[in-house]
Design a binder for this molecule. Structure first.
Ligand code: PMP
Length: 434
């Protein structure tokens, strides 16, 4: 059923009840009514089709409705959508755990499943804290995170985010205080972090970082040397190292894990987003045998004290196994490489638009940083991108593309064309200086 102007009835009715994410509902326009997806396209209720530039918050890496994943979900749904994991095993979860371990060459052979990225990071933090607690070092309750970082929206993960990102300003003072450091991008920053660790290592459980790209903090890239320095410092000061690969992992940067590019392994690693190819909520926290060993004991209270209802959900794990198949059976990583070769060059002309501060990218990520002054500008840009047939959601001071890895040339041209068309208009309308 559609109401006036082609909008379906459920849209207006439901908008009075659904609390939308990160949305000022008093002033935001109604969301677009999506009714179907296919490949890199989203079909709207009014018949328009948008080329998706963000893969639904960076998750739909194979494009939408990939038949191999859809079939796996259907088959599993018929057989057994879910059974609790405590005391009961299910094949998709057990197979997936081994396959994820293999991604780390079994350096991180123990896998804990949850349903969202934030919870996977929460679990990583709990594992790190309990690792020390089980060894009589319960005073190691603090974490070190990095400027520009983002790790989730739950309380402990909020405490790791850079407060300057503005996502969680309302909760300062509620979320626990941690140490915020500069990424060790050079010798001076490494020395600063080393001093922080020398003073506070004895009360620090772990350092937490997004390898090679800080996503929600503004798509900020750093080189693999940072991860090597972090590994060195973690070893020297005997703190655990957590890599949050929720955005960077599973191909987005051209390798199955971003940390592969540094030849460094953390003690704990988190995955989500692309894990099911963007189809079902699933996250994983992987740990090394050293970490796992600290939970082995004849005391029940030494076991990992975590167990979400849907941990190891068979349906989601079947989707994840199918998604991993696609990395083997289709040339995904080559596609990311090919995309990297095209993405930044095709966005490069934006550099000449007044108000554009930077154009950068890596792997299947392209970023244009803007001199953006107001939320009104963001809202305007979002609307204009839809008018141009693209689904592009700028945030903070960036317009970015994180499309499906195998997006074809035509759809990519629609996305980059929309950006090249809309940004000059934005620049004129909002009076940006050269
Ligand atoms: N860590 C990183 C690096 C992320 O990019 C995100 C989500 N943007 C999260 C954690 C949180 O994941 P979720 O939104 O699934 O809770």
């Amino acid at each position: 059923m559609t109401g006036g102007g082609g909008a379906p009835d459920w849209l207006g009715d439901g908008y009075g009840h659904v609390w939308m994410p990160y949305t000022q509902m008093q002033t935001s326009p109604l969301p677009q009514a999506a009714v179907a997806t296919s490949g890199t396209r989203i079909r709207l209720a009014d018949g328009r089709e948008l080329v998706d530039g963000v893969a639904s918050w960076w998750a739909a890496c194979h494009g939408y409705n990939h038949p191999h994943i859809v079939d796996a979900i259907k088959t599993q749904a018929d057989r057994m959508p879910h059974v609790m994991l405590a005391g009961l095993a299910n094949e998709p979860a057990f197979i997936l755990a081994k396959r994820l371990s293999m991604l780390t060459d079994h350096a991180l052979p123990r896998v804990f499943f949850s349903e969202s990225g934030s919870v996977a990071v929460e679990v990583a933090l709990k594992i790190a804290a309990q690792y020390w607690h089980n060894q009589g070092q319960g005073q190691r309750s603090k974490f070190i995170s990095f400027r520009g970082g983002y790790h989730g929206d739950t309380f402990a993960t909020m405490s790791l985010c850079d407060p300057a990102d503005g996502f969680h300003a309302a909760f300062q003072g509620v979320a626990p205080a941690q140490f915020l450091a500069d990424l060790p991008v050079d010798g001076a920053a490494e020395e600063g972090l080393s001093q922080l660790l020398a003073q506070n290592g004895h009360r620090t459980a772990a350092m937490v970082v997004e390898p090679l790209v800080q996503g929600a903090g503004g798509m900020l890239f750093h080189d693999p040397g940072v991860l090597q320095r972090l590994r060195r410092l973690a070893d020297t000061h005997d703190v655990l190292l957590i890599f949050d690969e929720i955005f960077s992992g599973l191909g987005r940067l051209g390798t199955m894990l971003a940390c592969d590019q540094a030849a460094v392994r953390p003690d704990i690693l988190t995955l989500s987003k692309t894990l099911t190819g963007g189809t079902l909520p699933l996250a994983a926290t992987l740990a090394s045998e050293k970490v796992f060993d600290a939970f082995q004991s004849d005391k029940l209270e030494h076991c990992l004290m975590h167990g979400p209802t849907f941990t190891g959900n068979a349906l989601a794990c079947a989707a994840a196994n199918a998604s991993l198949d696609l990395f083997m059976h289709e040339p995904r990583l080559h596609q990311v490489q090919a995309l990297e070769d095209r993405l930044v060059p095709s966005l490069a002309p934006c550099r000449d638009i007044p108000g554009v501060q930077d154009v950068r990218g890596k792997g299947a990520i392209g970023v244009i940083q803007l001199d953006i002054g107001s939320f009104e500008e963001l809202t305007w840009l979002r609307g204009r991108f839809v008018d141009a047939g693209s689904w592009i959601r700028p945030f903070g001071n960036i317009v970015y593309l994180t499309p499906a890895y195998g997006i074809d040339d035509g759809d990519l041209a629609t996305l980059t064309g929309a950006i090249l068309h809309v940004l000059p208009e934005w620049s004129d309308k909002f009076g940006k200086a050269a």
